[in-house]
Design a protein around this ligand. Structure first.
Ligand code: AVJ
Length: 333
């Protein structure tokens, strides 16, 4: 009985709003098919994260070779107490939170301040993921209110209503999935919607020796390979196509000129792919690649350019001792 009561009480501290309805399946099909018909075939990396893909990504974050997640968390643990002392009364907005582990570091530090209430607004593409995390969080933090939004945070960030100053968290170097110009546009957009005094915490994976980068995307146990190939299952579900993962090799390499890891799937032989939604097959030549991800790596010059291009003020750059990952703290002036 206690259990039921607790569910009711915690549920009153959760609200989840779905603002995704506008984005229909036809747009998804059109985007995927046009990517597969382009000169350099591409599939947007947002399609990695179906059920299996999300599980595989969680597995990646625990790999020995994949340093970003644990490095970013160690930075957050370092800076959370001071951050929360400074901004503890702010509400926390997180773009694409994934699991709760990063925001929990901030919330735990805020909890030590004994605030009467805290508000957390996760913005994610997956309503299911939002509901699960919200339930967990309100159980762990008795004075926490979670107001989740299922949105495409790129296009819909501005539609979220709020009155209080906020810490906006964009962790995990998700920004690195965007082409450099597109990432600047995204941050300019975000900056345009921030209010005076708002803080942006941006997780950025930094440039480092190429062999370290290479290993992080070519792990010995093959989880990244499985993650990369799984995007074909995700596409098969979305456009009812007949990709076979066995027809492809995993390829991940550091493109130094563009300061990014690129992931591709390489056709092992000539292929003809069918989809229920298209008349003409998609043809691949042996050796041809489908580009599935960019993961940009940053340096201090990039950070300065972000400042110049967004007008945001750089408060501090927090890094680990090796300088492998950075959590940059920007403020709306
Ligand atoms: C979640 C986009 C930051 O780029 O490192 C991990 C995704 N891809 N291994 C990254 C990913 C291959 C990850 N991001």
């Amino acid at each position: 009985m206690n259990y039921v009561n607790e569910e009711v009480i915690t549920a009153s501290r959760i609200s989840i709003t779905n603002l995704l309805q506008e984005i229909g399946p036809n747009e998804v099909i059109r985007e995927i098919v046009s990517g597969l018909r382009a000169e350099q075939k591409t599939i947007s990396s947002k399609y990695f994260y179906n059920r299996t893909g999300s599980i595989l990504f969680e597995e990646i974050t625990r790999l020995e070779e994949y340093y970003p997640t644990r490095t970013e968390k160690s930075i957050l643990k370092e800076i959370a107490p001071d951050l929360m002392k400074q901004y503890g009364e702010f509400e926390i907005i997180e773009l694409g939170p994934g699991d709760n582990s990063k925001v929990s570091i901030l919330l735990s530090a805020a909890k030590d301040l004994n605030l009467a209430s805290m508000r957390y607004l996760p913005l994610d593409i997956s309503q299911a993921a939002l509901s699960v995390s919200a339930a967990e969080l309100v159980r762990s933090y008795p004075n926490l209110h979670v107001e989740g939004y299922a949105v495409d945070f790129l296009s819909q960030f501005g539609t979220i209503e709020r009155e209080h100053p906020a810490i906006i968290c964009f962790f995990g170097s998700t920004i690195g999935n965007f082409e450099w110009d597109a990432s600047l546009e995204l941050l300019r957009n975000l900056s345009g919607k921030m209010k005076k005094g708002d803080v942006l915490l941006l997780g950025m994976d930094m440039v480092k020796p190429a062999h370290v980068l290479h290993a992080a995307y070519n792990d010995a146990s093959g989880v990244t390979e499985a993650f990369n190939k799984n995007i074909l299952h995700s596409v098969n579900d979305l456009i009812k196509s007949d990709f076979n993962t066995e027809d492809f090799n995993h390829l991940a390499f550091y493109n130094k000129k563009k300061s990014r890891i690129e992931m591709h799937l390489v056709a092992k032989r000539d292929l003809s792919i069918h989809s229920e939604y298209i008349r003409e097959e998609i043809l691949l030549k042996k050796g041809e690649t489908i580009h599935t991800e960019n993961s940009h790596k940053y340096n201090s010059r990039h950070i300065r350019e972000i400042v110049k291009s967004t007008g945001l003020q750089l408060n501090q750059t927090h890094t680990d001792e090796k300088g492998w990952f950075a959590v940059t703290e920007f403020q709306k002036a």
